[in-house]
Write a protein that binds this ligand. Structure first.
Ligand SMILES: *Cc1c(COP(=O)(O)O)cnc(C)c1O
Length: 351
């Protein structure tokens, strides 16, 4: 080891799902939306004024903050926008998780949480989900330095009732509780209205799944004015111009097309319900999913083996070689045609 290596911050990075170069694959491995963004986004892109690129973008991201505030019926002071919810969450970890007590999150969850905690030297303690992948709420009633969980959870797809979420928030008013709602639009009830009641709540959402804009990197959070101010203070101490002007403009256009957004989400829900029925018929089981993916295990064949066979056949799903979930596949919901091809292959393969 070189002497200078002793003083280097060493981390084990998050591993994102594969983005294959081959365009000819059925890509069901990263929970992207199978449908393109709204035609209004295309129109906004066509009308983009390239001259503006010589200037810095608006550091406060005002246009998008205001658009989101209007859409969700909150004040602009309740909205924070970042470069994907990963950026929002990383900023929020940095801002709100500064206790010497451990933060709490589920043992099976979004695999970025422990990466950020390690990067930022935040102590953490994972809490075991029960055998149905449900949160055991009592586990979140102990002394802690903060709480985070996704609802619905990833990679399980399991939704917690809002009453459970509220109990965790209300019984932890001495720390910040973050609810990561990356998949809430696919059938869950958002904790957003609770920001009026609890000043320790941060609700995080994203354009990457339900709004078909993973490539533009837009995430946002809702919270009381005080939380949002603290979050902005940290952001401005790190990088003022996080979001580029193109993402701001296209994000605004995306939010303006409510009808397209709602229709797209409904299509995906319909395809998800069809896929659930078909998977059951061929020996898969899973907890009910309220997200745009299904986390399934097979009655007789190993998940890893099915994963590899699918991949060979150019159908990409996600497999996690981790304790408790190493016999599951996380299958994103694609178009009807894609899911039909998946089911047709599996029917043949599992015969
Ligand atoms: C996809 C995902 C995110 C991150 O999404 P961005 O693309 O960074 O907005 C955050 N949390 C969970 C649970 C996710 O699945």
């Amino acid at each position: 080891m070189k002497a200078w290596e002793a003083n280097i911050r060493k981390v084990v990075p998050y591993v994102p799902g594969e983005q294959p170069k081959d365009k000819d694959v059925i890509k069901l491995n990263t929970n992207e939306n199978p449908y393109p963004p709204s035609p209004m986004v295309r129109e906004a892109l066509r009308n983009l004024n390239v001259d503006q690129f010589r200037k810095y973008p608006d550091p406060a991201i005002t246009a998008l903050v205001n658009e989101l505030a209007g859409y969700y019926g909150v004040k602009p002071e309740n909205v924070f926008v970042g470069v994907g919810s990963d950026d929002v969450l990383a900023m929020a970890f940095m801002t709100f998780f500064n206790s010497s007590k451990p933060i709490l999150f589920p043992d099976i969850t979004y695999s970025f949480y422990d990466v950020w905690a390690d990067l930022l030297n935040i102590p953490y303690e994972t809490q075991k989900l029960d055998e149905n992948f449900q949160i055991v709420k009592e586990d979140y009633l102990k002394d802690n330095g903060g709480i985070i969980f996704p609802n619905p959870n990833a990679p399980t797809g399991v939704l917690q009732e809002l009453s459970v979420v509220e109990e965790i928030i209300s019984k932890n008013q001495d720390s910040i509780v973050m609810v990561d709602e990356a998949y809430i639009d696919f059938g869950g009830e958002s904790a957003l209205p609770l920001i009026e009641k609890y000043d320790n709540l941060l609700v995080v959402q994203t354009f990457s799944k339900s709004r078909s804009m993973a490539g533009m990197r837009i995430g946002y959070a809702f919270g009381g004015e005080k939380l949002i101010k603290y979050l902005n203070d940290v952001k401005y101490s790190f990088n003022s111009y996080t979001m580029n002007q193109t993402s701001i403009d296209l994000g605004v256009a995306c939010v303006q097309d409510k009808e397209y957004f709602e229709n797209t989400v409904q299509k995906i829900i319909k395809t998800r319900e069809w896929t659930k029925e078909e998977l059951k018929k061929i020996g898969f089981s899973f907890q009910d999913s309220m997200s745009n993916f299904i986390f399934a295990t097979h009655e007789s064949r190993k998940a890893k083996e099915i994963f590899e066979a699918l991949r060979e056949h150019k159908i990409y799903v996600r497999y996690f070689n981790k304790p408790r979930i190493d016999n599951f596949l996380r299958i994103s919901i694609g178009t009807d045609a894609e899911m039909q091809q998946l089911i047709a292959f599996l029917k043949d393969y599992l015969r």
